[in-house]
Design a protein around this ligand. Structure first.
Ligand SMILES: [Zn+2]
Length: 482
């Protein structure tokens, strides 16, 4: 097996290669428990009773030593795969651990358990070791993964990342969007005058700030679900919940700076922190694309440095992102929506919601003059509306419906509109809305038209009830009015 050619990106061995080497290691000689523990700088734990008969036999292997031996058998560069803190080292460690777990699941190895600690084991059943013919092992080929930095090559890699990469969560979309926004900003703004090197350097802090804004918006304004299973809620979201709790003001600009600073720091640490302390490795994972039957990291777009807390864009990538900002952003939004759509099947207008971070509501004056002839009091508190202080309210919150539909608009006094904000009113007001629409649909043509659009065969009343219910289920709060 050969090491990487100079200048080529390092590639990890396949799982099969790791298993082949691991099998040699566990078949080979080990140490006594005391020997293993001494090598790890520890004294010998008591261990569990079933294993104690083997305590003094030289059959034990400590996980750290095993990782080193596997690296040695595969002729991997020790500095690279064992170097503390590098992403590659973390990936390699995890890859060996995954194969150890596979052996454990087959009953092939037995653990020495002392105080609940795992990491020391012996070969318990050699007959269950997988038989791998070294002839089948294909050494990683470095030539095929040199990044293609032509326009076509970058396009292909970018679309491949969005469409085929890890499906674990939406971080890759957020990262793609953040990088694109950075390039766009640098291109438009004063960035041109800056030194080229600094324009290519995107601090992790910038990325964390973007993540904070995207996920805060999706969580607290749009109430989007991020995963089928609540246990897999992305860390970026759990950190936000830890800081902001159940509720926040309806606009990012109104958040307390102390809170946003804290949330940004937490995301910085858990998503972009140093290799061993962070929970996500979105920065290195992003550039992993399928090549043949393997997934390899191809640094087409950037290099990164956890010590410097920054990614460094390649000049070709910067140009590619800057020039194609509009098109690539659309591609990111489509793929991000495709990911979230099955998780949020009943949320209206998902793509528009993800796209418009701070969507501006249209002026609603035309609806005010449309409804005013038919009502002179606030829909909620029934107080007389004073001319000049009449507000148009989306009964089912605009942040859920994301559209101005006449059927959903009512006139309200300032105080009720303000109190209601992005919440739902009680269901008596939902029934009141249905009643209002029934009474005036013939008299107000745009209202009639919007109800016809709403009706999908089971009557528009059913659709209003369904929207109200779904909105509740997505976690929009209710407020008591008046
Ligand atoms: Zn009112």
């Amino acid at each position: 097996m050969h090491g990487p050619a100079a200048g080529s990106p390092p590639v990890l061995p396949s799982g099969k290669m790791v298993m082949w080497a691991l099998a040699q290691v566990v078949r080979g000689p080990g140490s006594t428990i005391a020997g293993v523990e001494a090598a790890r700088g520890r004294t010998c734990g008591r261990g569990d009773r079933t294993q104690r008969i083997h305590e003094d036999a030289a059959v034990w292997h400590g996980a750290g030593k095993v990782v080193e031996r596997v690296a040695g058998l595969l002729n991997l560069d020790r500095g690279t795969v064992l170097g503390g803190g590098s992403i590659l080292a973390v990936d390699f460690y995890q890859s060996v651990m995954a194969q150890i777990s596979a052996l454990r699941a087959k009953g092939c190895i037995a653990d020495w358990r002392a105080g609940g600690r795992l990491g020391v084991f012996r070969l318990a059943d050699p007959s269950r070791l997988p038989v791998i013919d070294p002839g089948e092992l294909r050494p990683p080929s470095y030539a095929e993964v040199s990044p293609d930095t032509s326009h076509a090559g970058l396009t292909k890699s970018f679309l491949s990342i969005l469409g085929h990469g890890s499906k674990a969560n939406t971080y890759k979309f957020a990262l793609a969007r953040a990088i694109l926004e950075y390039c766009q900003g640098e291109c438009r703004g004063a960035g041109r005058d800056r030194e080229e090197q600094s324009a290519l350097r995107i601090p992790y802090e910038y990325l964390a700030d973007k993540f904070l804004k995207y996920y805060w918006h999706q969580e607290y304004i749009l109430h989007m679900r991020q995963y089928y299973d609540a246990k897999h809620t992305p860390h970026a979201i759990t950190k936000l919940r830890g800081v902001f709790g159940d509720g926040t003001p309806g606009d990012y600009s109104l958040l307390d700076k102390k809170d946003t600073d804290r949330a940004r720091r937490l995301i910085l640490k858990s998503v972009f922190g140093h290799a061993r302390s962070k929970t996500s490795i979105v920065v290195p994972r992003f550039q992993k694309i399928p090549v043949g039957n393997r997934t390899v990291e191809v640094r087409s777009f950037y290099d990164y440095d956890d010590d410097e807390q920054a990614i460094k864009l390649k000049p070709e990538a910067f140009e590619f992102f800057s020039k194609n900002y509009a098109l690539l952003s659309k591609a990111v939004l489509v793929e991000w929506t495709k990911f979230l759509e099955p998780i949020n099947p009943t949320l209206p207008r998902l793509l528009t919601k993800i796209e418009r971070m701070s969507a501006k509501k249209q002026a609603l004056t035309k609806y005010r003059s449309m409804l005013a002839p038919f009502t002179d009091c606030c829909f909620y508190c029934r107080s007389m509306l004073e001319p000049g202080y009449v507000q148009v309210d989306h009964l089912i919150p605009w942040t859920y419906i994301y559209d101005d539909n006449a059927w959903n608009l009512v006139l309200a006094c300032q105080s009720c509109n303000c109190r209601k904000s992005n919440s739902l009113p009680g269901d008596e007001f939902r029934d009141g809305l249905v009643e209002r629409n029934r009474r005036h649909r013939g008299e107000i043509p745009p209202l009639g038209a919007s109800l016809d659009m709403l009706d999908r065969g089971r009557g528009w009343e059913a659709e209003i009830h369904a929207h109200y219910q779904t909105c509740l289920e997505y976690g929009f709060g209710t407020v008591n009015l008046p």
